[in-house]
Write a protein of this length. Structure first.
Length: 392
């Protein structure tokens, strides 16, 4: 690699020499030709080209020195523009605070619908025919495949299928309460949550009856995720909570990095595990050898175990010192999960249960990828010199 960098420097130096000698008398023409030949040969070397590309790549985003070279009066005007930008940032922060206020206001309008959803999921309430009047996927397919213009016959056929299906339902199915495994299915359908769920967590999450979001408008603004459980054999809590605190003000140290409210910290809750049921810890046995006597003994040690319920004991960042990279990464992931549950899962729970929301998410991600060319792929739209007509 050092040889490559040396060759790159030679290319740069050769170019500089060529530029400098271009204005010299013609008596130095032989030197110019020799320099050009050296540069040409080096530029045909793939290793030199790769090293040159890396060197140029490292220069991207570097300070060109243009701003520093401007006259003082122009720099003064730039400072005035930055002050205007700071005022605009403060208005932007005010806008986001108003958005959060509206979110809190509309949360009260959503609440009755989500409460009714909960009663249906848990089996407390059985929807009537009007409430269940929504076409299923099978019914949509039947209507799409049929080429008959006789809509009455088509509808009658669908109704007959409904009646036949109802007649085949046995007593065991009639005894099913609500929608079993509703929230567990949702969590397992979402990649970032399914990665957290371990085998021992699933029986507990089967007792999860509802997930709600409680908004806090100010001092400081934020939200709390509330997980409601039916009585179970694992812990005493009826509700587990995770509180997120948000900041809607620009950072004084870097005000222009502000892009809207962001989660700055979170706090979980204590889980009152029943004896021997704590899935967040496990007991491991280790052998110890006595240095003097050489005898060994086996000791038991309690260590943390992977579990979804570690979500309720997030790491606590230090107040007076910088976070280490591991803690910072864990908190960033935690904030992302909390925001996703609040923003997507709770409002669209049934669509994540059926998987329809996942299909929409995939389509959105694919659209984002299609906007630009992949790495190493030629992009005609980005090439200012591309001339499909061949004219010059």
């Amino acid at each position: 690699m050092a040889d490559q960098e040396g060759k790159v420097e030679e290319v740069v130096d050769a170019g500089a020499v060529e530029e400098a000698t271009s204005e010299e008398p013609s008596s130095q023409g032989d030197d110019q030709v020799a320099t050009s030949e050296i540069a040409s040969k080096l530029m045909q070397d793939p290793m030199v080209l790769a090293a040159l590309q890396q060197k140029l790549g490292n220069m991207v985003g570097g300070n060109s020195g243009y701003i520093q070279s401007l006259p003082k009066v122009v720099k003064r005007r730039i400072k005035a523009l930055k002050k205007i930008q700071f005022e605009a940032t403060k208005i932007e922060a005010e806008f986001y605070r108003e958005v959060h206020r509206l979110e809190c206001e509309y949360a009260t309008k959503y609440a009755p619908l989500f409460e009714k959803r909960s009663t249906m999921v848990t089996g407390v309430y059985e929807p009537n025919n009007d409430e269940a009047d929504w076409p299923s996927d099978d019914e949509k397919d039947d209507l799409a495949v049929s080429d008959s213009n006789d809509e009455v016959k088509t509808k009658a056929s669908i109704e007959e299928k409904k009646e036949e299906s109802a007649e085949k339902t046995d007593d065991k199915d009639e005894d099913v309460k609500g929608i079993p495994g509703f929230w567990l299915t949702i969590f397992k359908n979402v990649d970032m949550l399914s990665e957290m769920i371990q085998t021992q967590d699933e029986p507990i999450l089967n007792h999860l009856q509802d997930v709600k979001v409680e908004f806090k408008e100010k001092d400081p603004m934020g939200f709390t995720l509330e997980f409601y459980f039916e009585p179970n054999d694992f812990f005493e809590n009826k509700k587990l909570t995770k509180e997120y605190t948000m900041r809607s003000e620009p950072d004084e140290a870097d005000p222009f990095s502000f892009e809207g409210p962001e989660i700055v910290k979170c706090q979980g809750c204590k889980i009152d595990w029943k004896k021997g049921k704590n899935v967040t810890v496990k007991t491991v046995k280790k052998k110890q050898k006595h240095k003097a006597s050489g005898t060994t003994r086996t000791i038991s040690k309690t260590v943390q175990s992977d579990s979804f319920f570690n979500f309720f004991t997030p790491p606590t960042p230090p107040d007076d010192e910088e976070m280490d990279e591991d803690t910072e990464a864990l908190l960033a992931a935690d904030f992302e999960i909390g925001h996703f549950i609040r923003e997507r899962i709770v409002p669209r729970a049934v669509l994540y249960f059926t998987g329809e929301a996942l299909e929409n998410d995939d389509e959105f991600e694919e659209g984002e990828e299609e906007e630009g060319a992949e790495e190493g792929e030629y992009d005609e739209d980005a090439d200012g010199d591309y001339n499909p007509g061949g004219s010059k």
